[in-house]
Design a binder for this molecule. Structure first.
Ligand code: SAM
Length: 261
């Protein structure tokens, strides 16, 4: 069956069986409940359904239905849901979820946030742009370090599983890719009642990367600069410190000590 790849849905399909098998193997998929985002023509889905207990695959493009119907007939443990994954209600699943996906790159960040914020998602293996992978795994004082690197670290331990060259896809995209492996933390790094403040403080800290922490927090929280300066000095930092030099542990310490009066 012929399917014309659609750019607007980020369709770049994989075909290499060795690569697909490697992704499934290194994701430790044996007998779990798996969600796939964007099965496309089912290349990865076939290997997932051969290993997992159950696979639910969310696909936005209805024109792929004839191809995916055949896969559903072949695998009893496969269910394809034709819905925007970002709209999907994952709270209907009571079991632990493992996500494996060659993600549509135009929605990488919202997909990532949805996975991080859904409690019963335990692991995720995601094919993403190599450059995005580097930004997500960046460490303090590097150019790529940003709020999302810290928010990811807060929710999970993450590492690069493999690099994937652009010519492995059809049609060939104009960027290289990488698979990131995300294993969610069992214990939270910060008290539950401080979690949203933590996320907010991290996001505001990086709002304008060239500005100091004092300036970014002053603008973001409407708190006088002098108050933030003396708070930072009390905690052992200089008043011109920038977010990019702070580790996740620095942020945790600052959020714990911050008093909002
Ligand atoms: N898994 C296939 C593969 O590896 O060959 C296809 C991967 S392709 C990069 C991304 C897939 O996600 C496409 O099938 C596309 O139609 C689908 N997609 C795009 N946006 C989506 C969304 N919001 N929800 C669900 N699927 C989506």
């Amino acid at each position: 069956m012929n399917h014309q790849a659609k750019k607007k849905f980020g369709q770049n399909f994989l075909r290499d069986k060795n690569l697909l098998m490697k992704i499934v193997r290194e994701s430790n998929i044996t007998n779990q409940f798996v969600i796939e985002v964007g099965p496309g023509q089912g290349a990865l889905t076939t290997f997932l359904a051969s290993s997992a207990k159950k696979v639910v695959a969310y696909e936005i493009d209805l024109t792929l239905k004839p191809i995916l119907d055949m896969l559903e007939e072949q695998f009893e443990n496969l269910e394809v849901v034709y819905q925007d994954f970002l709209e999907a209600d994952l709270s209907i699943y009571s079991e632990d979820i493992h996500v494996v996906a060659n993600v549509p790159y135009y929605i990488t960040t919202p997909i990532l946030f949805k996975l991080l914020e859904t409690r019963n998602i335990k692991t995720a293996s995601l094919m993403i742009q190599k450059e995005v992978c580097e930004r997500l795994l960046a460490t303090p004082n590097s150019k790529q370090y940003n709020a999302l690197s810290i928010i990811l670290q807060y929710h999970a331990q993450a590492s690069k599983m493999m690099d994937v060259k652009r010519h492995m896809f059809f049609p060939v995209p104009n960027v290289d890719s990488a698979v990131i492996r995300i294993v969610k933390r069992k214990e939270s790094l910060i008290e539950e009642d401080k979690e949203s403040l933590f996320i907010h403080m991290v996001k505001e800290a990086f709002r304008q990367k060239r500005k100091t922490l004092v300036n970014n927090w002053h603008q973001g929280f409407n708190v006088p600069k002098e108050k933030i300066e003396s708070f930072l000095i009390e905690q052992g930092y200089t008043k011109d410190v920038r977010a990019e030099s702070l580790s996740i542990h620095d942020f945790i310490k600052l959020v714990r000590m911050w008093k909002n009066d």
